[in-house]
Design a protein around this ligand. Sequence first.
Ligand SMILES: O=S(=O)([O-])[S-]
Length: 392
Amino acid sequence: MQKWSVGVRPKEYETKTVEDVYNTVEEVDTKEYEDPDYFYDELGRVRRTEKRISTSKRWKIACVSATVTLLSVFILATILSFFFFVSSSNNFQKESYGLPRPSIESNILLKRSEMEITPNHLLTLLITKRKICILEAASGDESKSRDAFSVDHIESARLIFHSNMSHAGVPVHPLQFQRFARSQGIDNDCHVVVYDRGQMIWSAYTVWIFKLFGHQKVSLLSGGYLGWKTHQARSGQYKTDQGDAPSKPRQGDFLASWNDSVIITYDDVLLNTEIDNFDVVDAQTKDEFLGTAQGALYGHIKGARNIPVDAVYDWAVGQWKAADHLKGLFNNNALSLRKPVIIYCSTSLRSSMIWWALTRSGYNGKIYFGGWPEWVVRAPDGLKVIGTTVES
Ligand SMILES: O=S(=O)([O-])[S-]
């Protein structure tokens, strides 16, 4: 590749024939057109223009640009992670009443342990004036519950009736629940603590309903009212109030949503009999499950495993069975932590206890609120096991 420089005679011309020269000139002209960066200097040597950058220089430039790009990406990632860290730690602080939490891992553990709080823990929250909404879950006998509540209840508690949450096992409309919760002064950021008078089904169901309607922070008081009274016998700090709760509390700001991670409908349960995405647990008694109980047409969903509530809660001592026991129980029933679990009974009361025990053990439980009463009338015959039907 050469360039013909007008007015300067290249040395090679002196030794070449006219024809050669003619050809060379042709070639030079072509090359000049093709590559204008080459030329002959005054001595006839082929030179390359300065403006063309050498290959090694190009490599250098490529390396420098790559380094600059990597450095920018690194700096950007550092800035983004800083903002992410700051916003997460703010959330932690909000959720822990302003007390910092040590790590994300412990946050997850805390979430699970927050499902149940001890009387001692509740007392510390009250003493330190945290935002707590204490609810006593009434039993099915509303007037008896009202009377008992008026005699004595945990300090600042309000009474919640089953009919405020559900009708014949079907949860009320979210807006209806929102209206009720607000009328009880419940805010989005209030820590809801629920207890009952020892039956556990009422309080477990209330916790499930609050989760269903999207409340972020709901705990069950371990030992319930009786546990609080036991502590009160030892220390006057565990206070109780008498009479009805004040009828007109300040309006709360609780915003209800629909958390479908804890509930499932008939259609999905029916579909599951084909696709088997969920394990199914029946929370009825053994007799009901087997269909040998008297008084109604009992039985179970084909393929369900039976875990009655007394397998997860000990009423004699007023406590949930130990974590290891629950783990073994669920393992023995072949429940996998990787598979969500459908739970059903009749009107979801017992289901809510099994749901609570499963959730606390790390399972993702969903209550089929239609339960056996719906299944027995709607499901295809081959999918229900009634009485003496032999399960294949
Ligand atoms: O809802 S229930 O089956 O426990 S009565």
